[in-house]
Design a protein around this ligand. Sequence first.
Ligand code: ADP
Length: 158
Amino acid sequence: MPKAAFPGSFDPPTLGHLDIIRRAAAIFDELLVVVAENRRKNYLFSARERVSMLEELAGGLENVSVAVCDSLIVDFLQKQEVRLLIRGVRGVNDFSYEFELSMMNKALDSRIETIFMTTAPEYFILRSSSIKELASFHGNVSGMVPPLVAEALKAKYR
Ligand code: ADP
């Protein structure tokens, strides 16, 4: 299986993201985790912080690397010579959004193939935005994010 890319905001990475990373890394020869940096979006963690968390979390996986993309993902993939795009889906709402996105990417570059991976049942409800909200009220996010992310969230909302 050739090289695949898994793009996302990862603001911050959750156990759901990590599960997709582990499972995709077991299928594809190489997996490039792509951290989106969109100037119009307000992230809690900088691109550098998100990359460093993901690098640490994927440290044990030899075929996983992490990069930042501040352009259109199809342009980025062309430059990296990657044609396979992995997206995680938690349910039908994710799927309808992801499906449209994949159509858009296909219209921009017909060589791109989007591969959907379903979430694991235990990570079904994990969403970075809700986890940030919970953390902002000092709620317990262990069991939703890896310990290093829980610590980073604590530090942000101290
Ligand atoms: P989110 O804010 O929804 O977590 P991201 O942009 O960081 O969004 O997500 C990147 C990719 O990871 C998307 O394909 C998204 O559907 C997927 N993803 C996010 N959370 C999960 C999860 N709990 N299980 C499976 N896939 C997920």
